[in-house]
Design a protein around this ligand. Structure first.
Ligand code: 8YV
Length: 338
């Protein structure tokens, strides 16, 4: 079933029940905007995200039942503390929620929901784009073409790394990690994974579990990160971990910038421990470290894992499903509980 035609069972508002009030920090895709207009009450929102101060001002003025926010909106403790009592829930448009102070929400009794599942395929596609782009020197080839090409390349010039036959090490084998593993099999890669717990064989699909990250890294030629962000996984991959990879390894991160120690990454690129990296996420988005611009062997995208019309629409709809259900006295469909 297409995301566009998916029914929204939770959204049927009873005729005499007031439409839920929502403050949204930025414009949503057209079908989500249309549903917001038809079934919810929401004040205007800018094309690009509001600042936290603007969000707070809009929320205090409008007194919504729910906030619907994207990953660029940091909900720190002081902002949560200042929210009016009307706010019952935060519907995060995204699967990751490390930009939200959950303890502060819990203190206020405010519910948090996210949008799992609907972005799995697109995030896995983008991860594979990073793997291929990093291994096959996509940035440099693009630069050659854009400079007018002009002369034949030599037989040994700008050679990349063959993906088929390589071993992919996946850190975090949740939905997205598993979707990446599925693609990797199609590309002829062997798959290892490191996860808090071992998966059932039907979910492993032939991937090999290595409980200890330090044991997996020396066997890994392409390392891909799919763990959640936050304090628990901060700098999960640093100098020590990169030193355990074989020479000329490739690192890919489409999860969260905080998983990777960027100083260690630059050092590993300089020494050749890493031959290339593919990055969609960064520690200081959107003002990334200027050194990222200098490395030719980096293939980078600006945090766009879920950026397709189908997926962003499905994410917005899922957030609205959650709001509609809770405001109608029903359950949260995707409550974040840990
Ligand atoms: C963003 C993401 O949510 O789902 C996540 O965790 O990081 C992204 O999909 C998206 O850019 C909208 O905020």
């Amino acid at each position: 079933m297409s995301h566009f035609s998916a029914p929204h069972p939770a959204s049927a508002t009873h005729p005499d029940q007031a439409a839920p009030r929502v403050v949204v920090n930025q414009e949503m895709p057209p079908l989500v905007e249309a549903r917001l207009q038809a079934e919810f009450q929401a004040p205007p929102r800018p094309a690009i995200t509001m600042t936290p101060d603007d969000l707070l001002a809009a929320t205090q003025a409008f007194r919504p039942d729910a906030l619907m926010i994207t990953v660029g909106m940091k909900l720190a403790a002081d902002l949560v503390q200042a929210l009016p009592d009307s706010v019952r829930m935060i519907a995060n448009v995204g699967v990751g929620y490390d930009h939200i102070d959950r303890q502060a929400l819990a203190r206020r009794g405010i519910l948090l929901t996210n949008t799992p599942d609907v972005l799995t395929e697109c995030n896995a596609d983008l991860t594979f784009m990073l793997i291929l782009g990093a291994c096959r020197r996509a940035s440099e080839y693009g630069a050659v073409i854009r400079a007018g090409w002009g002369r034949p390349l030599g037989m040994t010039e700008l050679l990349g790394i063959r993906v088929a036959g390589k071993t992919l090490g996946i850190v975090g084998m949740g939905r997205i990690g598993r979707a990446v593993a599925q693609r990797a099999r199609g590309f002829g890669m062997q798959v290892l994974y490191c996860n808090r717990t071992r998966l059932a064989p039907e979910l492993e699909q032939g991937a090999r579990y290595v409980a200890d990250l330090a044991e997996m890294l020396p066997l890994t030629q392409v390392l891909s990160l799919h763990a959640p962000g936050g304090a628990e996984t901060e700098n999960l991959i640093g100098a020590r971990e990169l030193a355990l990879l074989p020479d000329q390894a490739v690192l890919v991160n489409a999860a969260r910038g905080g998983l990777l120690d960027e100083e260690a990454l630059f050092a590993a690129l300089d020494t050749g421990r890493l031959s290339a990296a593919g990055l969609d996420v960064f520690r200081n988005e959107p003002d990334i470290d200027p050194r990222f611009l200098e490395h030719p062997r980096l293939f980078m995208t600006p945090h766009v894992g879920s950026a397709t019309i189908e997926t962003r629409t499905a994410m917005g709809m899922r957030a609205l499903d959650n709001i509609a259900s809770v405001c109608a006295g029903g359950p949260a469909l995707d409550a974040v509980t840990r």
